[in-house]
Design a protein around this ligand. Sequence first.
Ligand code: SF4
Length: 75
Amino acid sequence: MIKPMEFAMDCKKEKNLERCNCSYDPCARKGICCECLSYHLKMRELPGCCFPKDAEATYDRSFDHFARLVQTKKI
Ligand code: SF4
């Protein structure tokens, strides 16, 4: 039987934190991008890093907010 290829991938949390723009400091998912993305997608949202600084600071991470920013050419 052929086994699926197994590999271990180290989390790049420290490296990710260097470029994470999320201003919600108490979040335990900061720097763990896979968990961050999964958490927000479940709620029809995007991670803070998809938004410019002023939009990120509103904590409105909804698809609708993102779409409005695209439509008004702010992204
Ligand atoms: S974007 Fe959301 S899940 Fe990701 S670090 Fe910020 S608050 Fe946490």
